[in-house]
Design a protein around this ligand. Structure first.
Ligand code: 13P
Ligand code: SF4
Length: 385
């Protein structure tokens, strides 16, 4: 038995099917079996897929979207009893908390929706760059030199539920890449400064767009010895304190990639995700969430030339869906989200067939107290737009 399978079984003592045999099946058989379960379970099953998933997984999702749209879908889900989330861990946590709001549970006569993540190893390296203990320690440290009653914590949705709960408790809020500007404006209506984690690039790119100077955005390094590596003056003159975190996929795009495309393809437009570093974001023609990237391409005329800086699977899908446009991947090296890629047909089929046969595997369930405070911050976000 493979190590992977031992992990799957120990995490899922009630699994009635082992994972290993699924890995030996071909895509055609797996797809047919996945569709058979979908038919059998009907409306009681909702499969959500993030835009970065592989095409063969997306083909089986009921709904697909960016992080914002997927959280809205989970919040609005009516008939389903189970959500199978083809995305990463923080997305499944968010779905669990929003689908199981107390009023929703009451409407369902006490029934909870189970949220399943086909592979528990589908995490997010950026989310892992900010642990709750580090954020709490940073908050305490900065309170020595600035008034934290005037600091509004904002967590990117790409973070653990404990960080969302921290924001709920401290008058803060959650944002996604599609509403970061509106959320930071919301925060400035309530405080003097913003503490933004875990993605320094989304925080910086958004604040720059709002006219805030980079000199007013110190970066908090959780591993620095004192004050996150900042002086007291830097923190006292700050407007946005950025956490030293990043996305390992979007970090790979470089300004020289933009220059090289512009030289070799006159007239080409650069379209990037705001998780890219400032040097890339500043040079781009358009920057936005995965949802905005898709809408921008969809609404462009035939013959438009694009170099797109976001996860490889999404760019390849856009290429295939829009042969009337010329679409390039912005980096010469492969930038793919290895954790999203863990969700594949064998894991999806294994999860669904266990579910059909009465075994809930890989359930993501946030503890009640964390969920309550996280919802405070999530609901503030859902109300912002
Ligand atoms: P969006 O789908 O919100 O644009 O986020 C991209 C991403 O990195 C998801 O992890
Ligand atoms: Fe996390 Fe980046 Fe992957 Fe998104 S693309 S899930 S931010 S590692």
């Amino acid at each position: 038995m493979s190590t992977d399978n031992l992990v799957a079984l120990s995490a899922n003592p009630k699994a009635v099917h082992d994972l290993a045999p699924y890995k030996t099946l071909d895509a055609e058989e797996l797809s047919a079996r996945i569709e058979a379960v979908r038919q059998q379970l009907g409306d009681s099953l909702l499969i959500l897929g993030h835009h970065y998933q592989q095409d063969e997984v997306i083909a089986h999702s009921d709904l697909r979207g960016d992080s914002y749209k997927l959280s809205q879908m989970a919040a609005e889900s009516e008939k389903c009893q189970t959500i199978v989330f083809c995305g990463v861990h923080f997305m499944a946590e968010t779905a669990d908390m929003l689908a199981n709001r107390p009023e929703k549970i009451a409407e369902r006569d006490g029934r909870r929706v189970s949220v399943l993540l086909p592979d528990m190893a589908a995490g997010c390296s950026m989310a892992d760059m900010a642990a709750i203990q580090q954020v709490e320690a940073a908050w305490d440290d900065m309170s020595e030199v600035i008034d934290t009653d005037q600091v509004i914590p904002v967590t990117y949705i790409n973070s653990a539920a404990s960080l969302k709960a921290f924001c709920g408790r401290h008058g803060g809020i959650v944002c996604t890449s599609s509403n970061a500007k509106a959320v930071i404006e919301w925060a400035f209506e309530r405080g003097q400064r913003v503490f933004f984690f875990p993605d320094q690039h989304l925080g910086r790119n958004t604040a720059l767009e709002m006219g805030i100077e980079e000199s007013q955005m110190p970066v908090w390094d959780p591993f620095a010895l004192e004050l996150g590596g900042n002086s007291e003056e830097q923190l006292q003159s700050s407007r946005v304190i950025l956490w030293k975190g990043h996305c390992s996929v979007h970090q790979m795009f470089r300004a020289e990639h933009v220059d090289s495309f512009r030289k070799q393809h006159p007239g080409i437009k650069i379209l990037v995700h705001p998780e890219c570093p400032r040097e890339v974001n500043d040079l781009a023609d358009v920057s936005g969430s995965t949802g905005k990237i898709i809408e921008t391409v969809q609404s462009s005329p035939a013959g438009t030339k694009w170099a797109i800086g976001t996860e490889l699977h999404l760019v390849n899908r856009l290429k295939a869906e829009h042969p009337e446009q010329e679409i390039h991947f912005l980096s010469p090296v492969v930038c793919m989200c290895a954790t999203m890629y863990r969700i594949d047909l064998p894991h999806l089929c294994w999860t669904l067939e266990n579910l059909r046969d009465g075994a809930i595997v890989n359930q993501i369930e946030v503890d009640q107290e964390t969920a309550e405070w996280s919802r405070v911050a999530l609901e503030r976000m859902l109300a912002v737009r």
